[in-house]
Design a protein around this ligand. Structure first.
Ligand code: ADP
Ligand code: MG
Length: 246
């Protein structure tokens, strides 16, 4: 367990698509250095919540603070926070027409305007860290899914975020590639990164998470340290979910 200052604060987040309310008042506080696994059935609102946190989706109401900065309701000031929150998607979302190295360098060059040489040096260090520096000049389509996802993680880290959000980062991977991606995430956790990870990899949750949050129907039904979450789930819906996932 870590005890840092509050890195992310969500207060009564509501989100509707048309008349359908998919987040129904979600409140969470996440400390600096904390690793949170977010789980729950498909359609429970996990991706929507994650997308609200990094301003990809405007919320309907509620307050979001990232590292003390308030994200405006329509996300108009997201540029101020862009560097603070890194995001990794299920489908990698690399730019197919750019090389691995160019994928990493794009945002720091354009958003930050950092000098080419400095960004390139940092990008290469990150590619070494995710053990894929030999592919720096390859295109995403020439890489396996596991390699692409490691590149996507390095790309997010290239903006030097304070928080990393992962939305089912291993769900699109062939089974033999899941471990290489989880290993990178475990390293990141050990280095003290604040992380919110949507995943059904319960082994990862047990090893890495400080806290597991279970969502269903747009609300948080239960949250606990992994040891008690997995052995003594309280809510009947949590019990049913855990039976299905294992
Ligand atoms: P999860 O990630 O837990 O599977 P999502 O956040 O993707 O859940 O979705 C929650 C609910 O919101 C689902 O019922 C989904 O159909 C709906 N939803 C998600 N995105 C949109 C959208 N862009 N427009 C309309 N409905 C959406
Ligand atoms: Mg989802």
């Amino acid at each position: 367990m870590t005890s840092g200052s509050t890195m992310i604060s969500l207060d009564k987040i509501h989100k509707s698509y048309g008349s359908v309310e998919v987040l129904k008042g979600v409140s969470i506080g996440i400390r600096a250095g904390e690793r949170v696994v977010l789980c729950g059935p498909s359609g429970s609102g996990k991706s929507t919540l994650i997308r609200c946190i990094n301003g990809l989706e405007p919320r309907s109401s509620g307050k979001i603070l990232v590292n003390g900065h308030e994200l405006h309701p329509n996300c108009e000031n997201i540029a101020d926070l862009k560097g603070e929150v890194g995001m990794v998607f299920q489908q990698f979302n690399l730019f197919p027409h750019l090389t691995v190295l160019q994928n990493l360098m794009l945002a720091p060059r354009i958003v930050r305007g950092t000098a080419h040489e400095a960004v390139q040096a940092q990008a290469m260090r990150l590619l070494e860290r995710v053990k894929i520096a030999d592919k720096a000049h390859a295109y995403p389509g020439q890489l396996s899914g596991g390699q692409q996802q490691r590149v996507a993680i390095a790309r997010a880290l290239c903006m030097q975020p304070k928080v990393m959000l992962f939305d089912e980062p291993t769900s699109a991977l062939d089974p033999e590639m899941v471990k290489e991606v989880l290993d990178v995430m475990i390293d990141l956790a050990r280095e003290g990164m604040t992380m919110i990870v949507v995943t059904h990899e319960m082994g990862f949750a047990r090893t890495v998470a400080d806290r597991v949050i279970f969502m269903d129907g747009g609300v948080i039904l239960e949250e606990d340290a992994p040891a008690s979450f997995f052995t003594r789930p309280k809510h009947p819906r949590t019990k049913e979910f855990l039976r299905q996932v294992y």
